[in-house]
Design a protein around this ligand. Sequence first.
Ligand code: CA
Length: 219
Amino acid sequence: MRILLVEDDALLGDGTRAGLRLAGYAVDWAQDGEAASVALRGQKYDAIVLDLGLPRRDGLALLRELRGRDVLTPVLILTARDTREDKVAGLDAGADDYLTKPFDLEELQARLRALLRRAGGPPAAALAHGPVSMDPAGRRVLRAGQPVALSAREFTLLHDLLAHKGRIRSKSELEESLYAWGEEIESNTVEVYIHHLRKKLGADFIRTVRGLGYVVGES
Ligand code: CA
């Protein structure tokens, strides 16, 4: 899943991005309101973590613009503005959740999970194939009822394949769900994670479609 983090504070942004990456999200980080707006026109996100006090365009203005364009991506406001009036204004502008700084990374992660759960995504039943099922909100994978331990990247890759069940995913599409902007892509990463997933889920679980990519289920 891909998150847009909008935060102008370099230290805080860096730490938040690192924490969210560890949780398995691909995180794009925009450092002002205008950069965020540009990012949102070019890329679909599963959620936005939005600071309010931003250079070039204020977070609230950005949020109103988004909702005005009928962009329904879940938004969690993450700000030092902590008065009741601020919270009311943020939620009324279209935010789905509001967390004030200083914040706890675990709480941010839990709130994001809740947000993504409420936003739905593919219904849980759809994120299953054969003996393998995935609970994306709880970040759990079962094979024949037994938990399977996956790394964050393996989880992300499997999530992408299951969410597009029956459709061939090219290597570059899979790379896009694994990597955020500016992250260096190692040339054989997708192959390596597919190899790990096959070991854990069964050799036939993910099929290679020569020259096109990979697929779970019938394509
Ligand atoms: Ca700020």
